[in-house]
Design a protein around this ligand. Sequence first.
Ligand code: OGA
Ligand code: MN
Length: 264
Amino acid sequence: MAVVGTKRLALRIKPHCEHTILPNVPFRKAWHSTTAGERRGDFVYAGKPPTGYDNSAVVYCNVISPEEQEHILGDLKHIFRHRRYERGHWDAVIVKYKETELFNEPDQLSETSRAVLQRIRKHLVDHRHIKPDITWLPSHAIELHPDGELRAHIDSVRFSGHLVAGLSLGTSAIMRLQPPKDGQQEDSDHGQSGGDSDKYDDENAGYVDLLLQPRSLYVLTGRSRYDYTHELLPNEAIFVGTGQVVRRNAHRWSIIFRDSKQHD
Ligand code: OGA
Ligand code: MN
């Protein structure tokens, strides 16, 4: 569908996308709750990063309250209530999902949800992930079925600028960032190349994993936004940072924030 073409830079990948299985490392850190909106290194595993990684992936925990999550989920479930899951083609970036542009927030969202989205945009500016004078694109909401997949891709650089940030809702997941693998070509219609893919091979390219709990916000700028693909690992992948098995066996919703590309 049209939205996919404009927002994601499709990479041509094999029909059965193979995910790297993470090694099972011993549990190292107790699971603990965090202060609202706190930036947490514990949720970014960069023990074997790609060469030249610029620490440009950040996760903030508990950026919204459980009540706020319920409000937003209520709004999204209402918007998606008559939609069917999109299946995608064999080379699709995303499979078994629903998505919509939140192009008219006052009509689509309750006041509580709108206030949350505004607060997140302010958080991104206040924490200097993006300049205050940018123009926000309409946010983009996705529901991923438990059997759904979000495969390695780089978001389109045609319309979207320096920042991609996502509010995760519903269930946890691991997002992996890594240089594009050989054979993952970018769609030439969508402009600029996503990195020096021929410099890397699967074994030693390195990766960065983000643990995305419900109500957390991840932020990708710099190399994380432009040079590495992002994808969600399958259900029961292990987050190497803590050794925990991460179940993605329920529906996951996300709201994605992007700035408009500056044409200067
Ligand atoms: C996307 C994407 C990640 C998410 O829509 O391009 O990468 O958190 N989504 O849903
Ligand atoms: Mn994306």
